[in-house]
Design a protein. Sequence first.
Length: 166
Amino acid sequence: MKLIAQPLTAEGFMPYGTVIAVADDSAGGRLINSGTTLRFDLIDDMQLSAEAGRPMLALFRAQARSFPHAVTEMERHALGSQTFVPMGGKRRFVIVVARADAAPSADALTAFVTDGRQGVMLAPGTWHHALLAVDAGDFVVVERVAATVDCDVYEVNPIVSVTWAG
């Protein structure tokens, strides 16, 4: 089975979470720090506190993946969101997702490719593949951490081949 990642848009990604991006025209920001900084409030509830969870800020240093890439498993975090934001220049990544329902079938997968400046916040329970960096580099990850690990893994069968038009 083949899957082609589509350009990431807020509308297309809505069933899976939130796109994190600021328009080039800087609309929606507000000046702070004596007018020297433009602040953008992007997400006001990251849903990280269920069952004694707390926020964890991590840095993932990702190697560029080869495409097409074989999608053999998906994972989900039922109790909290998970956020990926590229750092330091343009860092594109492919995100393979499925709705937060029962374990996904291969034909239920959808894929998006970012423009290198966009991040995503996956809604709790959204099935997703591990980070698939198109461009090697650093990504800030915000996720829920607690005494009990919140990660279900599901084997994809048949295997899906994901690529992107780039």
